[in-house]
Structures are given as structure tokens and as C-alpha cells.
Ligand binder design. Sequence first.
Ligand code: DX5
Ligand code: ZN
Length: 248
Amino acid sequence: MLNVGNAVLNEKYLLSLQKKHNMSTKSHLIAPSVLAADFAKLYDDIIMVNNSEADWFHIDIMDGVFVPNISFGFPVMQAIAKHATKPLDVHLMIVDPDRYLQVCKDSGAEIITVHYEACTHLHRTLAAIKELGCKAGVALNPHTPVALLKDVLADLDLVCLMSVNPGFGGQKFIANTYAKVQELRAMAKNVNDGLLIEIDGGVTTANAAQLLKAGADVLVAGSFVFNAAAPLDTIKSLKDIDINIENI
Ligand code: DX5
Ligand code: ZN
């Protein structure tokens, strides 16, 4: 059965966000990952993203348990939220995320993504995220098959396909991701046409067009953006990709 309701909702949501934040209406979204920013001059990097063609801020929260690294927590996210003029897309790489959904929302999250591998009662967790008034996403590690999402697909606003093992920026893109995007897009076609597919890890202009062509909607980019000599131009180069004219 076609879940037109959710598709329309997502489309409306995107349009309202675009209007609210003066975002462009190009078809795919760019979400620079703040993990790769210079934390000693975080304010400058936030303003750079505000002034860029990026659509969202991607915020990576880690607990040192689910992933072998600790990034930053909610007080830092609140500081980012104070200056960000674009939605915060929060990627929770933590065990038992239910304990932190409220504080995550209160810290400025518009989209909250939890890991499939970290949730015992995923359906309940997604309902709790929506209850808070946030958009609900699920992230899949590279080894987790997209088929496992079948029974929650209609409830999701976003699926984040990890194209590296989560925990660190600057890793090599895993090419199997292309096939996962295609498979997920096909799965979503009849149950959740408005589903946003986000790719996280190792995204550059070398793989972005192929990802978009496979069916991705949101490209997260950390080191590719923040390590660039001209981050504004780098964001624009990702945003400007047009799969209709791209030679892939
Ligand atoms: C990794 C994080 C990513 C990371 C991406 O665990 O979820 O968002 O910041 O960084 P790059 O783009 O450098 O791979
Ligand atoms: Zn992330």
C-alpha cells in the first residue's frame, strides 16, 4: 500500500524547512558534519556553514561505548544551536538512546537518528522521537542489511546509511553502500515514498553523484568540507551536482 501521507508530510516538511531557513530548493541536501570542524574556532565554522549552500548541520554524538570514540555532548550541541540558522540533524552513536531523546530535543535537534544496532525496542524509540515533535531516523552500520528495516520503514523519516564504520571522520568510503542505497530506495518505493536516504562517511565529489543516482537524498560530509582550502566552494560543489547532466 502506498503511504502517501508520510511522503506528503516529508515533502511539506522539507519545503517548510527550506522556507524557514532560506534554503535552496535543489533536490538533494548537504549536511556538513561538525565533527570535522576546528573545535577551537567552532563559532567561525558554524557561521561558515550558515553562509554556505549547506542545508543541515550534522551533529555526531558519541559515547565511547557504542563507538570507540567520544566526540562532544549536549552542552556543546546547545552552543552550536545558539548560532546555527539551519536544522540540526543529530546522529546519536550511543547505547540506550532513549535516555537522551528529551535532552537531545531540548538541545535543538530537528532530526534525531538512532542506531539500529543500539536499540532493543526500535519501534518504541522511533515513536518517542516523534512524540517529541522531531523527525525520526535510523542509522545502519555497514554490516547491517537494509532488509532489517522492513517492519519500521513506514514509520521513518530518514535512514542514515553508514558508508564507514561509525566513530571517526576521515575514513575510506565503503563501495558496497551504492548497492544498499539502491536496495533501500526500492524497498521504500511502495511503503514510504518520502523517505530520506542519508549517506554518512567518506563522502566526496568522487562518489556523491553515484550515490545520488542510486537514490540518496542527503549527503553528510565532514573532512571533505572542513579540511578543504575553500569550504564554501566545496559545499557548493556537492550541492551543484546534477545527476541529470552528470556523466556517471
Ligand atoms: C562518523 C560520523 C560521520 C563523520 C563523517 O562516525 O558519523 O558523520 O563525521 O566524516 P567524514 O565525512 O570525514 O567521513
Ligand atoms: Zn554522522
